[in-house]
Design a protein around this ligand. Structure first.
Ligand SMILES: Cc1ncc(COP(=O)(O)O)c(C=O)c1O
Length: 399
C-alpha cells in the first residue's frame, strides 16, 4: 500500500483502459499497427496539429525533433555549434537531445510568476548562431505566446515546444504544442493522460514528418514518402529493408497506444475534474487561518486555459532549509511532493560535468527551487473529509 494518502496520482487507469490493453494483448499484435495509427489520427484532429507520431516517451519525442533538425534529408539543417535557447527550468531530456545533436544550449532564466521562460530576456541572447527556441510549457501553464511568436518571426527562429507537462492547455484558444515546428507530449504516469510510458511528437512539415517516421524505426524507408524513390534507385535491395537514414527504435507498443487512446478520448473530463479539485484544494488551504500567509499558489498566465498537471505552491518567507523541513514533513504526513521540474538545470551535476554553465546566474529559477514545490491533482471527485485531511497534513507540516 502507498505510504501517501495524497499521492502524486492515484491509479490513473480506468477498468476500460485495462480492458483495451488486454484486448490488444489477446490479439497478439503488440508491435506498431493500426491501434497506434488510430491514436495518432485522433490526436491530430483533436489538438489541431498537422502530423502526429506516437513514440515510446516524451523524451523520445524531444530527441526526434532535434535529430530531425540536423538530418541531411532536411532542406535547412542545423549545424554543429548552432545555438538553441532553453529555459533553465527544464527536464533533463528537454536539454540533452540538443547536446546529443551537436548543438549548443543557451540558458535563459524563468519568469517567477509563470514559471515559464522569461520571454523578455530572449532577445539579449540572440546572435548569428541562434537558430531555435526549445520552449518548456511548465505544469500546464505557458509564457506569453504572442510575444514569443513575435521574437520567433523577427529572428527567423525555429520553435520546439516541450508540451510534456501541458497536454490540453490552450493559449488564446489554440492548443499548446501547435505553435512551433515541432512539439512533444508525454503520457508518463501522473501526466494529463497516462499509458504508463508513451509520448507523441507533432510537426507541421510533411518532409519533417517523413524524416521522424524513418528515425523512429531504424532509419528505414518503409511507410515513408521516400519508399518508392529509394527502392527504384536501389533495385538490388529488398524493398522492405532499405536503410536510407540514420535511426533509432523509439516506437510504442500497441498496448500503450490502446490505453493512451482510450484515456485521450476522455481528456476533457480529466481536465475538468482536475480543475475542480484544484479549486477545492486552493480554497481549503488559502482559507486556513494558520496557512494562508505561509503559502502562495502559482496561477495561470494571462490568455492561458490551463490543463493542470499539478498544484504549484510557494513557501512564503522561507529561511534557508525551511523548504527541506516542510517537504520532509509533508511526505511524512502522507502528501507526495515533487520539485518544480529539475530546478535550475544548470546546477545539476550533469550540466556541470559537461561544462554547460558559464557562470551565468539564474536567480528566479534558483529561488523557485529553494522555496517551491508541487503536489498532484486527483482525477476523481474529492470530498470534504478528504479536503480536511489535506489541510490538517499541511498545517502539521508547516509548524
Ligand atoms: C518538461 C518535460 N519534458 C520531457 C519529459 C520526459 O517525458 P517522458 O518521461 O515521457 O520521457 C518530462 C517528464 O516528465 C517533462 O516534465
Amino acid at each position: 500500500m502507498s505510504k501517501y494518502f495524497y499521492p502524486l496520482i492515484e491509479n490513473p487507469f480506468s477498468d476500460d483502459d485495462i480492458r483495451k490493453g488486454i484486448k490488444v494483448l489477446k490479439s497478439k499484435q503488440l508491435t506498431l499497427g493500426n491501434t497506434t495509427r488510430n491514436f495518432e489520427k485522433t490526436f491530430t484532429s483533436k489538438i489541431n496539429s498537422k502530423y502526429s507520431l506516437m513514440v515510446n516517451s516524451g523524451s523520445s519525442a524531444n530527441l526526434l525533433a532535434l535529430q530531425c533538425l540536423i538530418n541531411p534529408y532536411r532542406k535547412e539543417r542545423l549545424k554543429k555549434g548552432d545555438e538553441i535557447i532553453i529555459p533553465t527550468l527544464c527536464w533533463s531530456t528537454s536539454l540533452w537531445p540538443i547536446i546529443q545533436s551537436g548543438l549548443t544550449p543557451v540558458f535563459i532564466d524563468i519568469n517567477p510568476i509563470t514559471l515559464n521562460i522569461d520571454e523578455t530576456q530572449i532577445k539579449k541572447k540572440i546572435n548569428k548562431r541562434t537558430k531555435a527556441i526549445m520552449l518548456i510549457h511548465v505544469l500546464g501553464n505557458s509564457c506569453n505566446m504572442d510575444q514569443l511568436m513575435k521574437i520567433k518571426k523577427k529572428y527567423n527562429l525555429l520553435l520546439i515546444e516541450d508540451t510534456c507537462e501541458s497536454l490540453g492547455s490552450k493559449y488564446k484558444n489554440k492548443y499548446l504544442g501547435t505553435f512551433g515546428e515541432f512539439s512533444s507530449f508525454s503520457f508518463y504516469s501522473s501526466h494529463q493522460i497516462s499509458s504508463g510510458e508513451g509520448g507523441m511528437i507533432c510537426c507541421k512539415d510533411k518532409m519533417d514528418y517523413n524524416i521522424i517516421k524513418s528515425l523512429r524505426s531504424h532509419g528505414w524507408s518503409r511507410d515513408t514518402s521516400f519508399e518508392n524513390k529509394i527502392s527504384k534507385k536501389n533495385k538490388h535491395l529488398d524493398k522492405r529493408f532499405i536503410f536510407f537514414n540514420s535511426g533509432f527504435n523509439l516506437r510504442p507498443t500497441e498496448i500503450t497506444a490502446a490505453i493512451g487512446h482510450n484515456q485521450f478520448k476522455r481528456i476533457n473530463s480529466l481536465i475538468r475534474i482536475r480543475n475542480i479539485n484544484r479549486k477545492k484544494i486552493i480554497n481549503i488551504l488559502t482559507n486556513n487561518r494558520f496557512l494562508k500567509d505561509k503559502i502562495y499558489i502559482y496561477e495561470k498566465n494571462k490568455f492561458v486555459t490551463p490543463s493542470w498537471f499539478g498544484l504549484s505552491i510557494k513557501i512564503v518567507n522561507t529561511k534557508m532549509n525551511t523548504k527541506k523541513r516542510i517537504i520532509q514533513n509533508l511526505e511524512k504526513n502522507g502528501i507526495e511532493t515533487r520539485p518544480i521540474i529539475s530546478g535550475n538545470f544548470a546546477k545539476q551535476p550533469a550540466a556541470i560535468k559537461y561544462g554547460l554553465t558559464k557562470n551565468n546566474k539564474y536567480p528566479n529559477t534558483d529561488n523557485i527551487y529553494n522555496n517551491s514545490f508541487f503536489i498532484g491533482l486527483p482525477t476523481k471527485k474529492i470530498y470534504n473529509h478528504y479536503l480536511t485531511r489535506i489541510a490538517k497534513a499541511f498545517e502539521k507540516s508547516f509548524k
